[in-house]
Design a protein around this ligand. Structure first.
Ligand SMILES: Cc1cc2nc3c(=O)[nH]c(=O)nc-3n(C[C@H](O)[C@H](O)[C@H](O)COP(=O)(O)O)c2cc1C
Length: 363
């Protein structure tokens, strides 16, 4: 019998040829005007031709104002941008895989940053500093909500199989959850319930736009780009409140972004992973991600140390023992468009290592 990872997976109207997911990975190579390029269509299609079950796009920004961090991030806000994404989706479908755009508002990390609370601008990777973060006012709430609605409509319009809401890594929605970044004293800040309010309102709005039955994936994380050690959920009980709220708001699939998917979710609560806890507590299908077949963390991978390939079996076992339903692969799929056939045939040791220089082109 084939390992479960390589078996078909059906959930509602989503039917995947296997349970391997391409993790969303920003590439910042859109054409002028935020249009997904022909090269990116080929890049995603190459993974589909190599049997990746579900391809989640790089973060695609939801508007033309605050939502992106660089102008080369593709967008999903206008009919021309939808048309460009539709070409990507059509190519992925022609090769037999499913596609979900990841809808993204970079919030505090945007080129024109906004967030739940005012704060000094964050540093960019090149050492320069972004403008100060503006606290969202009533007009911003309306604007952002409209943008999410339009991006959700766009996701259906382009013929995708699902939509993923990027609620992780310190970007806009995640920053509302964070007691550090969210210092508001209105209905959007203070208690846990109040901090959850905006991400849940966005989720309900997305549900309204895509209609019943269209799969919504929600990605969240403990960590954020500017603090790998942040903990939003200190216990499984706290996590339980959040994942139940997501389910009630209309989420179908959880995507739990961890740095190593095999790590225990809560050190003093046993070996269960964060994705495993999320699935167990919510009853929702869950995607795990983090370090599949690689050894370095995302931060380390940008340093001088060379990564090496490791046997993906411990990650495959997460699916095999039903701790999670789907497994997302990030950097190893940049280095190896043919990750699925190599691993399925037992030839994982032939995988190429990820190297940051591979980010220079859409291979
Ligand atoms: C180049 C690069 C770009 C990324 N961009 C995104 C993104 O747009 N959205 C997102 O949710 N995560 C993003 N991530 C995180 C990945 O989706 C994934 O969670 C992470 O790389 C861990 O998986 P891995 O160890 O298999 O690479 C990015 C990661 C990399 C390496």
């Amino acid at each position: 019998m084939e390992p479960k990872l390589f078996q078909r997976w059906i959930h509602g109207r989503l039917s995947l040829r296997n349970r391997v997911v391409m993790a969303p990975m920003t590439r910042r190579m859109a054409d002028e005007g935020g249009l997904a390029s022909a090269e990116s269509a080929d890049y995603y299609a190459r993974r589909a031709e190599n049997e990746v079950g579900l391809i989640i796009s790089e973060g695609t920004a939801i508007d033309e104002t605050h939502s992106f961090d660089t102008p080369t991030v593709p967008r999903i806000a206008t009919p021309a941008q939808w048309e460009a994404w539709k070409r990507v989706v059509d190519k992925v479908h022609a090769a037999g895989s499913a596609f979900a755009p990841q809808i993204w508002h970079t919030g505090r990390l945007a080129q024109d940053p906004i967030g739940p609370s005012a704060a000094p601008g964050l540093k960019r990777a090149d050492g320069t500093t972004r403008p100060d973060i503006k606290e969202m006012d009533a007009a911003d709430f309306t604007q952002v909500m409209d943008a999410y609605r339009r991006a959700a409509r766009g996701s259906v319009e382009i013929g995708s199989d699902a939509v993923e809401i990027h609620g992780a890594h310190g970007y806009l929605l995640d920053s509302f959850l964070s007691p550090v970044n969210n210092q508001r004293s209105d209905e959007y800040g203070g208690s846990t319930e109040a901090r959850m309010r905006f991400p849940l309102e966005v989720t309900r709005a997305v549900r309204e736009e895509v209609g019943p039955g269209f799969p919504i994936i929600y990605r969240f994380s403990q960590w954020k780009m500017d603090d790998y050690r942040e903990l939003k959920f200190r216990t499984s009980e706290e996590l339980g409140v959040w994942v139940h709220a997501l389910k009630d708001a209309g989420v179908d699939i959880l995507h739990v972004s961890t740095r190593d998917a095999t790590d225990p979710g809560f050190e003093d609560e046993g070996p269960m992973t964060l994705a495993g806890w999320s699935r167990k507590l919510s009853g929702l299908p869950t995607i795990a991600v983090g370090k599949v077949s690689v050894t370095l963390g995302m931060d380390e991978a940008y340093g001088e140390t060379k990564d090496r390939i490791v046997d993906p079996q411990p990650w495959i076992d997460l699916v095999e023992r039903d701790e999670v339903d789907l497994l997302a692969v990030g950097r190893a799929l940049i280095a190896n468009p043919d990750w699925v056939p190599k691993v399925r045939s037992g030839n994982w040791s032939e995988l190429a290592t990820f190297d940051k220089s591979q980010l220079q082109e859409l291979h």
